[in-house]
Ligand binder design. Structure first.
Ligand code: SF4
Ligand code: SF4
Length: 182
């Protein structure tokens, strides 16, 4: 089956579910649970949007609470390639935040290298420090990926449970899918 929607508009009140470690998030076909946009059920998602995104979001809410672009029969997004940025899972962490935000770590390995070069000019143990900082940056990137994965899994479970039930076919398919290696 074709992939379905990949909206991040989910009530992500929970932090990442650490029980999901070892699982790999993926969107499944025939779901679309996160395309139900009823504002009364999506307070937190709407809160996370900026003014322009919020206006667009509200303009997409259909009379039945589902997105006007969602094909409820086929359970697929009719504008998948043109869907808004807030419907893209890669934006999940920027919308709902990273547990690592605010920590003092180099922005990137190249930043770490620059820091190392500065230290070198100061006569410090530059190569070792640059290497350490690079490893810290890599570790941080890995942790952020893991956090995003766990957050996405947690949000999908929450949304699927709410729309189709916690023991229904969609949930079982989702759980099967995330157990597979990417
Ligand atoms: S709830 Fe998750 S699995 Fe279902 S359509 Fe949305 S992103 Fe995909
Ligand atoms: S635009 Fe597409 S992905 Fe976004 S909520 Fe609507 S149907 Fe879902």
């Amino acid at each position: 089956m074709d992939p379905i929607t990949a909206s991040v508009l989910m009530p992500c009140s929970s932090q990442a579910n650490h029980a999901s470690s070892g699982q790999h998030w993926q969107c499944i076909s025939g779901c679309g649970a996160c395309c139900r946009l009823d504002p009364s059920e999506r307070g937190e998602a709407i809160e996370a949007l900026n003014a322009h995104q919020r206006e667009l979001y509200l303009s997409m809410v259909g009379a039945d609470g589902w997105c006007i672009h969602f094909d409820t029969g086929g359970r697929r997004c009719r504008i998948y390639d043109q869907r808004p940025d807030f419907c893209r899972v890669e934006n999940l962490m920027s919308l709902f935040g990273s547990p690592n935000q605010g920590e003092q770590a180099p922005a990137s390995p190249s930043q770490a290298n620059q820091d190392g070069q500065l230290d070198q000019r100061r006569g410090a143990k530059a190569p070792e420090q640059a290497k350490d900082l690079e490893q810290v940056a890599q570790l941080q990137a890995t942790l952020e990926l893991q956090a995003a994965n766990e957050l996405a899994i947690s949000c999908c479970k929450q949304q699927i449970r709410s729309e189709y039930g916690g023991r229904g076919r969609v949930m079982r398919r989702f759980l099967r899918a995330i157990r597979q290696q990417p």
